[in-house]
Design a protein around this ligand. Structure first.
Ligand code: BGC
Length: 343
């Protein structure tokens, strides 16, 4: 049985109130903000029975309004990068704002993470909806989008839906940063990581997939069996993991699959992720550089990890990648589940 409650959390000048929703099951407590459909906290029990907050975030609304790292937020209209911020749909060229080197990242300067979503209670959770107007951040079509967070026992489910008035690329995810040790832990080096992927997408020097779908076998990206992340990070070229792992192949049917399992032996906490999406961006917080978070904590490089379930980055420009176009009359559906248990 999940209890659901809400209260006002703050006001954004000229834009209205931001509410905090609280979902409480016997095992897990989740806080969600109507700003950016942000997961503000997830408290789960360790083997000793102690509840700890296992996601990064800020103490107040100001922190989330000025955030540049997408802590806990739903990102869209298109998560991850679009090369040059450019694409062609129905023979028409589109140019998005460039906000990450030469590329467009996570929906643009004012993406879904900065919108105030409309919230309504549903059984065991909250449904957040948002309307993105035609031309929003350069994207075609008016998009009606919703994300429904429900909590059942140990499992937090995020269910995304969208419809559009014109054909548009779409790729929604949640950008929570996890550390299963709880608040104040400096890094994730003592976490054991596994990802159910036979292949991953190598990237160029602006982080756009090269187009190659590379087998993980014989590379540091082979996480099919659990590995201790600290030593493995030293083998990865560049600052850490920031790659799409392929959970299925282009053309595979829409089906929910196991994506990842992370365990933290010292606390006994385990996170399992499953998703209907064909990929997951495993990101080891390589670009966090001392952001001040909850309780004054400093979030640095490798302080946390993200498992952003998604379509493959730059799919709109890469015909061999899974289709990311949402046409009028179609419905975008995406389900991701996060399950918090102990070893
Ligand atoms: C990207 C990173 C980026 C981070 C925060 C991740 O999804 O892959 O490169 O720094 O989001 O914006």
């Amino acid at each position: 049985m999940t209890e659901v409650s809400h209260q006002q959390w703050g006001q954004v000048c000229g834009r209205g109130a931001v509410d905090l929703w609280v979902l409480t099951s016997p095992q897990v407590r989740v806080e969600v903000l109507t700003l950016g459909a942000i997961i503000r906290s997830v408290c789960s029990r360790g083997s000793d029975g102690q509840m700890q907050d296992v996601v990064l975030g800020y103490d107040d609304l100001e922190g989330y309004l000025s955030d540049q790292r997408y802590l806990g937020a739903v990102v869209g209209r298109v998560a991850n990068r679009i090369a040059g911020g450019r694409f062609v749909v129905d023979g028409k060229d589109y140019q998005l704002d460039i906000n990450n080197g030469p590329n467009a990242l996570h929906g643009g300067l004012l993406g879904f993470n900065k919108a105030i979503w409309f919230a309504k209670a549903v059984e065991g959770g909250v449904q957040l909806s948002h309307t993105s107007p035609d031309g929003d951040q350069g994207y075609p079509g008016e998009v009606h989008v919703s994300v429904t967070y429900t909590l059942q026992g140990e499992t937090l489910t995020a269910e995304y839906q969208a419809v559009s008035s014109k054909t548009t690329p779409i790729n929604l995810t949640n950008h929570s940063y996890f550390n299963l040790a709880g608040q104040g832990a400096a890094d994730i080096y003592d976490h054991q990581m596994s990802i159910s992927a036979e292949s991953f997408l190598p990237v160029d020097n602006s982080m756009i997939p090269t187009g190659e779908i590379k087998a993980v076998e014989g590379t540091p990206f082979d996480l099919r069996k659990p590995v201790l992340i600290g030593p493995r990070l030293k083998e990865v070229p560049g600052p850490g993991f920031d790659h799409n792992f392929c959970l299925s192949s282009p053309g595979d049917t829409w089906a929910e699959r196991h994506a990842a399992r992370v365990s933290h032996p010292a606390s006994g906490r385990v996170l399992e992720v499953s998703t209907s999406q064909p990929g997951v961006q495993f990101y080891t917080a390589n670009f966090l550089d001392g952001v001040t978070g909850k309780g004054g904590a400093k979030y640095g490089k490798h302080s946390s990890f993200c498992l952003e379930t998604q379509n493959w980055p730059d799919a709109v420009n890469q015909p061999s990648f899974p289709d990311c176009l949402l046409c009028p009359g179609e419905k975008y559906l995406h389900v991701t589940r996060f399950t918090f248990t102990t070893v």
